[in-house]
Ligand binder design. Structure first.
Ligand code: NAD
Length: 290
């Protein structure tokens, strides 16, 4: 039976570490780290996500500067807000909650965020920095995945890692981060042939597909580590991952549950990223106090 990787506990550890580091930041610079959140429209799930992020900020001492705009807001107005936030020294991080209304060109909005304030790590400059192995803002969910792997002590050097899903948000960046840690990475996607064989060779499997229980237990390599990024709500209301958890946990050595695995890590890493962004900006602004 696999050992369950407790994402909730690890997320709490990240938050506790961040709260201590925020205290030190305030002492060093005389200001609080600040995260600007932008919510456009009245999507209930998005509103809940933003509320949770702001609540988590407050718990670790990060100020949140919240902006709520109606669904009818035009591209120009959102772009102006992003530019204003770019120039505000108290907004160290900027988070535009996705999805934006259909009438809005999301890519243009995300690309307008200053890369140094891009705490979601989705700006092409930050994706490029990841590819180049340079310091930059890394996307939160992949960071959370890497932290969970570190926590369970899995040797990544030389390991065969298989990532299923090639999104900009999860699959591609997590593949680059695994490569950075010297794993031999195979990036699988919807056109991959013989997916079960690919997964069967994985010492480390990261599933980010968005299809409930897509990865069957019998595909999983015995003794492997399985990180399930998927969050899928069934008609019954139950949340399940992209991996058939019960079957897979009979073969894997370590496995993340859904919920309570990668999910809680994403917000925790957002807080950590905001602090990193704040420290870089305040240090560049000339050290202690403005
Ligand atoms: P996405 O839809 O952008 O990408 C899905 C990927 O899966 C694509 O690259 C596609 O090629 C691949 N895919 C689709 N069908 C496939 C198939 N039959 N075989 C192999 N690959 C296939 O999704 P995403 O944004 O990367 O999210 C993936 C999942 O992770 C979703 O369930 C999402 O809810 C979840 N997610 C969770 C968190 C978190 O905080 N835990 C964060 C982001 C996304």
């Amino acid at each position: 039976m696999a050992e369950i990787i407790d994402g909730k506990a690890e997320a709490q550890r990240v938050k506790d570490e961040t709260a201590v580091a925020v205290e030190k930041f305030r002492a060093d610079f005389g200001v609080a780290p600040g995260l600007a959140t932008v919510l456009v429209g009245d999507d209930a799930a998005s509103a809940t996500y933003v509320r949770n992020k702001r609540r988590s900020c407050a718990k670790v001492g990060i100020e949140s500067l919240h902006h709520e705009l109606p669904a009818s807001t035009g591209q120009g107005e959102i772009m102006r807000l992003v530019r204003e936030l770019n120039s505000r020294s108290d907004a160290h991080g900027i988070l535009v909650q996705l999805p934006l209304p259909d009438s809005i060109d999301s890519r243009e909005v995300l690309n307008a965020i200053s890369p140094d304030k891009d705490v979601d790590g989705l700006h092409p400059v930050n994706q490029g920095r990841l590819l180049a192995g340079e310091d930059g803002m890394r996307p939160c969910t992949p960071l959370g995945v890497m932290r969970l792997l570190e926590r369970c002590g899995v040797e990544l050097k030389g390991a065969r890692a298989v990532v299923v899903g090639r999104s900009l948000l999860v699959g591609k960046p997590v593949a680059m981060m695994l490569l950075e840690q010297h794993a031999t990475v195979t990036l699988c996607h919807s056109r991959t042939r013989d997916l079960a064989d690919e997964i069967g060779r994985a010492d480390v499997l990261v599933a980010a597909v968005g299809i409930p229980e897509f990865v069957k237990g019998e595909w999983v390599r015995p003794g492997s580590t399985v990180i399930d990024v998927g969050i899928n709500r069934l008609d019954s209301g139950k949340l399940v991952g992209d991996v058939a958890f019960a079957e897979a946990s009979e073969r894997a050595a370590f496995i993340t549950p859904v919920p309570g695995g990668v999910g809680p890590m994403t917000v925790a890493m957002l807080l950590a990223n905001t602090l990193t962004a704040a420290r870089r900006q305040e240090s560049n602004a000339g050290g202690g106090g403005r």
